[in-house]
Design a protein around this ligand. Structure first.
Ligand SMILES: CC(C)(COP(=O)(O)OP(=O)(O)OC[C@H]1O[C@@H](n2cnc3c(N)ncnc32)[C@H](O)[C@@H]1OP(=O)(O)O)[C@@H](O)C(=O)NCCC(=O)NCCSC(=O)Cc1ccccc1
Length: 139
């Protein structure tokens, strides 16, 4: 399952640009890591941009859902920014709360990694994923 999710991760140009690495994916859980880049990831005060906070939480939730439901699309996600997102790297951990037939409810946490291995919780989020068929081939 980890290989499958890592392969999916590589197909998204955004994920490649951001440097998302899938470090765990199994049984309704997924973990994502991203190295901080000062030159193009910051907001006005130098914290991780909220767009990237949302992207990491959304992706961790989506990959967690994919481990139990296959192909999914997000119909809703929300983000709580708890503390300035600072760190030399960021780790998002997503998990499935409930996988129904039509909706998969998920939550995720985002941690900033400080010196050494210390992790600080900087944001939390939720997402609702909808299991979908493969899209029709492009005309
Ligand atoms: C599929 C659903 C969520 C629910 O659909 P329903 O309630 O059944 O609604 P309905 O049938 O009324 O169709 C409405 C529209 O949906 C379109 N469509 C339907 N099925 C497919 C399909 N299989 N593929 C493509 N499109 C499909 C359909 O053509 C129609 O288009 P139209 O309005 O005519 O132009 C739909 O609202 C949607 O696609 N939202 C956007 C999702 C999105 O972009 N999310 C963000 C990115 S994913 C993410 O971030 C999370 C993640 C991370 C990592 C890994 C994985 C995930």
């Amino acid at each position: 399952m980890l290989d499958t999710i890592q392969a999916i991760n590589k197909t998204a140009a955004f994920n490649r640009w951001a440097g998302f690495e899938v470090t765990r994916a199994a049984d309704g859980e997924a973990e994502l890591r991203m190295q901080w880049r000062e030159e193009d990831m910051g907001q006005y005060a130098g914290f991780l941009h909220a767009g990237l906070i949302g992207a990491m939480l959304d992706t961790a939730c989506g990959f967690a859902a994919a481990t139990v439901a296959g192909r999914v699309l997000a119909s809703h996600f929300s983000v709580n920014c708890l503390s300035p997102a600072l760190g030399r790297a960021f780790i998002a951990r997503g998990k499935v709360v409930k996988a129904g037939r039509k909706q998969v409810f998920t939550t995720a946490e985002l941690y900033g990694q400080g010196d050494g291995d210390s992790l600080k919780l900087v944001a939390t989020g939720t997402a609702i994923l909808v299991p979908v068929e493969a899209p029709p081939p492009a005309k």
